[in-house]
Design a protein around this ligand. Structure first.
Ligand SMILES: Cc1ncc(COP(=O)(O)O)c(C=O)c1O
Length: 381
């Protein structure tokens, strides 16, 4: 049997990883500023994470949600404290798309409405409702086409106002990434998130903060939406939550009440996933990784801003993007194949940095040197 060929891939086989480094099957070392697509939060194979998962594996890996799983409560408490959302309620699932699917569905159960506001360049996942709220026609199958999702321009307060006025009590939820990831590192303005909060309050809609990529400390705050100073009703999270172990969740404000059987999952919140997620939060706290993301992120942005060939350097914390002009279009490729550095991208010309929150200064320096070297070589050509 062959694999179903859905991705273009780099011809590299990674067999080992540690911290911000990965190694291929030929023993070549790479610096990882991509984090396996923003997933590696505390560093590859962090010893505390490995130990906690191993110890849990010896005891019990899985039992269904029909019994008490105290690890879930421990995770809820720890997450509540670190995120300063102590009064919120945690529902655990397995992936980012699933988290958004559950959030959109819960909002609709809550206010018994159908319409969703999403934004240009949004990416919310591949499952049916999440993909309907994703602004890319190529991902939306005919069966996912719906009139219930309204797309508005990102950061456009007037368009949002007008939409709420027009549809008023039909709007169930507004879903927005605090920093768009797949869309190319576009930061939601604080005033825009405040406006969403105010309009959701006025019209009884639910504000959903998709924090799948920009959450879990990556931006320099636990949720990037926190920069605005207002709370969302539901935060969705995945990626960094398990540092590579598949675990995801939503946290739900206290005014949205749970009803039995509205949401559910077989695998979500299993013992092993909770152990991995707890290990991640313990390391984020012990090693002060959110502070590190602020510091190293600032260093990277300042250095990138000082490189005149790069355009529109942007982002927060360790979620950084910049535009690469056409004459440097091989930069990403050269960083990988010549400098042995993984970076992310966004179409058509954005390089995205999504490293571990534990990225060291010396690694950031290595990256900046590599970028400068490759730019000068490309210019000399
Ligand atoms: C903002 C955002 N939401 C949702 C998703 C979907 O997450 P998953 O691939 O875990 O389903 C992604 C994935 O890249 C994402 O970046």
């Amino acid at each position: 049997m062959n694999l179903f060929d859905v991705y273009p891939i780099n011809d590299i086989t990674i067999v080992k990883a540690k911290g911000s480094y990965v190694w291929d099957d030929k023993g070549e070392q790479y610096l990882d500023l991509y984090g396996g697509h923003a997933v590696i939060s505390i560093g590859h194979t962090h010893p505390h994470w490995v130990k906690r998962i191993e110890q849990q594996l010896e005891k019990i890996a899985f039992y269904s949600n029909s019994i008490r799983i105290p690890l879930q409560q421990q995770l809820a408490e720890k997450l509540g404290n670190i995120s300063c959302k102590e009064t919120y309620q945690l529902f655990l699932c397995n992936s980012g798309a699933e988290a958004n699917e559950n959030a959109l569905k819960l909002a609709s159960f809550h206010n018994e409405r159908k319409k969703i506001i999403a934004f240009s360049k949004a990416f919310h996942g591949r499952t049916s409702l999440a993909v309907s709220a994703t602004d890319n026609k190529n991902y939306i199958a005919p069966v996912n086409e719906t009139e219930n999702v309204i797309f508005l321009p990102f950061n456009d307060e007037d368009a949002l106002d007008a939409c709420f006025k027009k549809h008023s009590k039909e709007i169930s939820s507004v879903i927005i990434e605090g920093i768009q990831g797949v869309g190319g590192i576009n930061v939601a303005e604080d005033s825009f998130l405040k406006k969403i909060r105010a309009l959701c309050d006025e019209y009884g809609a639910v504000y959903i903060a998709d924090s799948v990529q920009c959450g879990y400390g990556r931006s320099g705050k636990f949720f990037s939406h926190d920069f605005s100073g207002v709370n969302a009703d539901i935060y969705t999270m995945a990626k960094g939550m398990g540092n590579g172990f598949p675990v995801a969740g939503i946290i739900v404000a206290p005014h949205i009440k749970p009803k039995h059987f509205q949401l559910g999952t077989t695998f979500g919140g299993n013992h092993l996933a909770c152990a991995a997620a707890l290990a991640v939060l313990e390391v984020i706290e012990d090693e002060k990784l959110i502070g590190n993301a602020v510091m190293i992120g600032k260093y990277l942005r300042d250095e990138l801003l000082s490189i005149p060939e790069l355009q529109n350097v942007r982002g927060r914390g360790l979620m950084i993007g910049f535009d690469v002009p056409d004459e440097l279009k091989d930069l990403k490729k050269n960083l990988l194949w010549k400098q042995k550095i993984f970076t992310g991208e966004a179409k058509p010309n954005v390089i995205r940095l999504l490293p571990s929150l534990a990225l060291k200064k010396k690694d950031a320096e290595q990256f900046i040197e590599a970028v400068k070297e490759e730019i000068s070589l490309l210019i000399d050509k």
